[in-house]
Design a protein. Sequence first.
Length: 211
Amino acid sequence: MGKPLRDLAGQRFGFLVALRLGEKQRKTNGAWWLCRCDCGCEKHLSGKDLVDGKIMSCGCQQRTLTFLAGPGTHGMRGSRTYRIWQAMLTRCRNPNVSCAKDYSGRGISVCERWHEFENFLADMGEAPKKHSIDRINNDGNYEPGNCRWATRHQQASNTRANIFIEFQGLRLTRSEWERRLGLGRTTIRSRLRNGLTIAEALKPLEARDAR
């Protein structure tokens, strides 16, 4: 017996929604599905390509980019900025990707304006080298005002697992405070567990020794 058919009806894959099982379009293995794109176009597409994230639209997104790029140019398809934009849409709109629970599963979405690459590019600009997109508020959506280009270190300091401490108008993670004050790792945590106030826990070692 073959593998049971995976029901994709009603599921979203990027700009596409699978409607019903369709007719196979080529002599290849696997099921094909009739899908409707957000632009209104309906097309039969490979179920495997949908699940793997290889297809995200009927082709309208590439046509848009080609038009915007003008004659004689290839646009930004394939550029690092384009791939970041595409990955952003995938993790928020494809429930089958492994990271979906941390994005669409938590209600994180991409604002309607950024469904089109040219708007995303206009708001964010091209991705600087060694930077990727980061949501300033991890519980907020991908939208202007809540996103920035950030280094890996900046992103690591901006996760839900981090503990932030606000003192004298400055909000930093516990590890950032320790680096800033020249304290050892876990020093602030130990001080707070011992009942010290935030002001006392954030004193550099020399200030505490001088008491």
